[in-house]
Design a protein around this ligand. Structure first.
Ligand code: URA
Length: 222
């Protein structure tokens, strides 16, 4: 009930801003406590996501895309949101971008994709693959934070600017922050390019490969 109340409140604030009212931007820290009201059991959380109707994306989705992989993974990937193939299968990163992500994991990190955990900022497909709005991203973010808490990885790799922005609150361009290591108290965040960007800009694969080597060395450090 309280979550619904908060989501509606958030919606009102966004509407006021669209009308020209100014107020300070939402800081992730203000929402950090939200996951406290979510289940601590992964299947229960997944069921809650499957029934979620807190934002507009729920109206057009076919399937929610919760996330998949090793729930004790050392390494977690966070993308932006499901595309068409993910929306029809209910699995993350299974389209063309997913094929590239799988190659990056298996050929550069030399580990099976199934040994990692993969999730997204939003669990429902934005129509036409548009970037999720702030409202959609911040409404869905508590689910991701609880997933991260449950998996408890050492490294979280954010794929693209949207994943980086909504996990960290930093709006810097991905070209500036990729390859950095952000040490939070609980895990390290390594931003890199989104595989869809790499499909459109193959020359950036060199830098993405360097990021993978960095991730590999962080994993070996343990
Ligand atoms: N792009 C994403 O960001 N996530 C997916 O699951 C698929 C494509």
């Amino acid at each position: 009930m309280r979550r619904l109340h908060n989501a509606l409140l958030l919606k009102q604030l966004y509407t006021l801003r669209e009308l020209g009212f100014e107020y300070s931007d939402i800081k992730p820290s203000e929402l950090e406590e939200e996951p406290a009201r979510l289940p601590y059991e992964m299947r229960e959380l997944e069921a809650m996501v499957a029934g979620c109707q807190l934002c507009e994306l729920s109206k057009t989705r076919h399937k929610t895309v919760f996330g998949e992989g090793d729930e004790n993974a050392q390494l977690m990937f966070v993308g932006e949101g499901p595309g068409a193939t993910e929306d029809s299968t209910g699995r993350p990163f299974v389209g063309r971008a997913g094929e590239l992500l799988t190659k990056m994991i298996e050929n550069a990190l030399l580990i099976p994709r199934s040994s990692t955990y993969i999730a997204n900022i939003v669990k429902c497909r934005p129509p036409g693959n548009r970037v999720p709005s702030e409202e959609e991203a911040y409404t869905c973010r508590p689910y991701l934070l609880r997933q991260i808490e449950l998996v408890s990885p050492q490294i979280v790799v954010t794929l693209g600017a949207t994943a980086y922005r909504y996990l960290t609150g930093d709006k810097s361009p991905i070209s500036r922050v990729r390859g950095n290591v952000i040490d939070t108290q609980k895990y390290k965040i390594v931003p890199t390019f989104h595989p869809s960007y790499l499909l459109r800009n193959p020359s950036a694969k060199k830098e993405a490969y360097r990021d993978m080597l960095l991730i590999k060395s962080l994993m070996q450090e343990g």
